[in-house]
Design a protein. Structure first.
Length: 131
C-alpha cells in the first residue's frame, strides 16, 4: 500500500468517524435555530407587553392628572364653603341686630301712635270747645 492509498483509507476512516459528529452538530444547529425562533417569538411578545405597559402608563398619567384636578376643585370648594360659612355667620349676626332694631322701632312707633292718638284727642277736645 502506498501513501496515497493509506491517506485515502485514513481519510475515509476519519470521515466515517466524523459523520455522526456532523449529524450531531447539524442537530444542534437545528435546535439552536429553533431556540432562536422561540426567542424571537418571546421578544415579540415582550415588545407587545411593553406597548401595553406604555398604554397603561399613559392611562395612569391621565387618571393622575384628573385626580389632581379633582383635588384642586375640592380644595377650591372647601375654601368657598369656609368663605360662605363666614358670610352666613355675618348675615346671621346682622339679622339678629336688625331684629333688635325692628323691635325697638315697633316700640317707638307704638309710642308715636299713642302720642298721635292723644294729640288727636286733644285736637278734638279743643275743636269742640272752640265751636
Amino acid at each position: 500500500m502506498d501513501n496515497k492509498e493509506l491517506l485515502k483509507a485514513i481519510s475515509d476512516m476519519i470521515d466515517s468517524k466524523l459523520d455522526p459528529i456532523r449529524d450531531e452538530v447539524s442537530k444542534i444547529g437545528t435546535r439552536l435555530d429553533s431556540l432562536e425562533s422561540r426567542f424571537d417569538g418571546l421578544e415579540t411578545r415582550f415588545d407587545i407587553l411593553e406597548g401595553r405597559f406604555d398604554g397603561l402608563d399613559t392611562r395612569f398619567d391621565s387618571l393622575e392628572s384628573r385626580v389632581e384636578g379633582q383635588r384642586e376643585l375640592l380644595s377650591a370648594l372647601e375654601d368657598r364653603s369656609t368663605t360662605n360659612s363666614a358670610v352666613l355667620k355675618n348675615i346671621e349676626e346682622k339679622l339678629v341686630d336688625s331684629q333688635g332694631e325692628i323691635a325697638s322701632l315697633k316700640k317707638s312707633i307704638s309710642r308715636i301712635e299713642k302720642a298721635t292718638a292723644d294729640n288727636w284727642s286733644d285736637i278734638v277736645d279743643i275743636k269742640s270747645k272752640i265751636s
